[in-house]
Design a protein around this ligand. Structure first.
Ligand code: V07
Length: 264
């Protein structure tokens, strides 16, 4: 009964548990991707500095990833830092760069207990050494865990990812390693997300209706869910609402998805 933050009366808790039970009866999304927007706005609303919003947003990753793990999702991809984010103030960028270390220092023991695995996508070679090491260490330590894959998109940009894939293919071709046309499978295998299935559901918080260079190739058939709720306030119940919405859409499509030809 301690699963739900900020719920006070037992009636609402009961209904959340019931809903949890209900959603497990129909197909859950396997892979959910989230654009965690609205941390700065959350802080502003509370007259706090932006970095306080980032910290609260980080705390919320803990809540949502535990919940996703409890639901039995296979993967949760979180847009933590985009290639565009370098344009923010020096102070903010340096604060953001410290968050992975801080998050992992606090949460790694719990990730191990919960059997969760940490991976990352993005140009991680271009971030400060200590940040890079913290992320690589977490990936190494958790690599045999079989629960939720917690995937951080870090210094990630989808167009850059596709160009890296393209240039690798050009190299392969030069070296005579390609003996036919490039297929979707071959292209996908060169992306940072090679080991993951495409997301079934994308969530963006805080009311913006854009993709912001996130997983452009991988989201080709994904259901989108947008909410006005700010990331630090997006709790278990909100995540549940997104999944319920996803399941209603799946039911309306009547099982056409996944049958091959009608995929759209
Ligand atoms: C960041 C907190 C969440 C809201 C969005 C912006 C601020 C966790 C990480 C992280 C990244 C890699 C990793 C482990 C944790 C993180 C950044 C920002 C840059 F392996 N939260 N968080 N990284 N915010």
């Amino acid at each position: 009964m301690l699963w739900f933050k900020k719920k006070t009366n037992s009636l609402s808790q009961q209904s959340l548990e019931d809903r949890l039970h209900e959603i497990k009866k129909s197909a859950l999304p396997k892979h959910v991707a989230i654009i965690m927007d609205g941390n700065g706005r959350w802080a502003k609303n509370k007259l706090l500095p932006r970095i306080a919003g980032h910290r609260e947003g980080m705390e919320n990753i803990r809540i949502i990833s535990r919940f996703a793990n409890k639901l039995g999702l296979k993967a949760l991809t979180l847009y933590a830092f985009s290639t565009e984010n370098w344009k923010r103030s020096k102070e903010e960028v340096s604060y953001l760069m410290k968050l992975p270390e801080e998050f992992l220092e606090q949460f790694l023991p719990e990730l191990m207990e919960l059997n969760m695995r940490v991976i990352s996508i993005g140009e991680i070679g271009l971030v400060p050494d200590s940040t890079q090491q913290a992320i690589q260490n977490a990936a190494e330590v958790t690599k045999n865990n079989t629960g939720l894959i917690l995937n951080f998109a870090f210094n990630y940009g989808s167009r850059a990812e596709m160009l890296i894939a393209m240039n690798q293919l050009v190299e392969d071709a030069k070296n005579g390693l390609l003996d036919g046309p490039v297929t979707e499978e071959i292209f996908s295998s060169k992306l940072f997300t090679a080991e993951l299935e495409d997301p079934d559901l994308l969530i963006r918080t805080s009311g913006e209706l854009r993709l912001s260079n996130f997983l452009l190739w991988q989201l080709a058939y994904t259901e989108f869910y947008f909410t006005e709720t700010l990331w630090p306030e997006f709790l278990e119940e909100d995540f549940l609402m997104a999944i319920e919405d996803f399941q209603r859409r799946e039911r309306r499509l009547g099982g056409r998805i996944g049958e091959g030809e009608d995929k759209h």
